[in-house]
Design a protein around this ligand. Structure first.
Ligand SMILES: N[C@@H](CCC(=O)N[C@@H](CS)C(=O)NCC(=O)O)C(=O)O
Length: 202
């Protein structure tokens, strides 16, 4: 039997967090190598493990996978979280990408100067552009696509956690989206994770 996947990333949520969540939802145990020194990173580079000299990198099934979305799609497909056919898959990817767009806006906050203006912009876009889409899609449904849990739900869930950290109560106007948090597996874990969040872990 293949060993556990090994996740290589910095000591932060960043681009790896969606992968961690997806594996957790798929009930796949994994190990992590948190890169804290330049030497660790250089070693991966000299070993040829990082195709584009970037992380996240995930060792799984005898491969060294890079590029967040490629990794997410591989895991989603492998664990039946990527729809039953191409039409479901493309819808899953569309919803997942929308959530990723919001998360990427939040992820870059530590690297910009006018944080207040950007936060206002993110909040407006979340409330007017993104959350209404998910609210409508989840009207009368527990899951976004095909009546089954998928990558789209996992990424929306992570996105709601990130939004609530920045904008307390933002989901009040979006009860269906809020409900998706409740039905999500591992909610206890989510609560404890939420409490652990610090500004250093963007
Ligand atoms: N498109 C890539 C982007 C990866 C990326 O930008 N990784 C950053 C860390 S979050 C990195 O390794 N930066 C180092 C570099 O580019 O030299 C993905 O989604 O995996």
């Amino acid at each position: 039997m293949a060993g556990k996947p090994v996740l290589y990333y910095f000591n932060g949520r960043g681009r790896m967090e969606a992968i961690r969540w997806l594996l957790a939802v798929a009930e796949v145990e994994f190990d992590e190598v948190l890169l804290t020194t330049r030497e660790q990173y250089d070693k991966l580079l000299s070993d040829g493990a990082l195709m584009f000299q970037q992380v996240p990198m995930v060792e799984i099934d005898g491969m060294q996978l890079i590029q967040t979305k490629a990794i997410l799609h591989y895991i989603a497909q492998k664990y039946n979280l990527h729809g039953k056919d191409p039409k479901e898959r493309v819808m899953i990817n569309m919803y997942a990408e929308g959530a990723m767009d919001v998360m990427e806006m939040i992820m870059v906050l530590p690297f910009i100067t006018d944080v207040k203006a950007k936060l206002d912009n993110i909040q407006t876009k979340a409330k007017e552009r993104y959350l209404p889409v998910y609210e409508k899609a989840l009207s009368g449904h527990i899951y976004l696509v095909g009546g089954e849990l998928s990558l789209a739900d996992v990424q929306l869930f992570e996105c709601t956690l990130m939004l609530e950290e920045k904008f307390t109560g933002i989901l009040a106007e979006f009860p269906n989206v809020k409900l998706c948090e409740k039905v999500f597996p591992g909610q206890d874990d989510a609560d404890s994770r939420r409490q652990q969040v610090s500004a250093a872990r963007q």
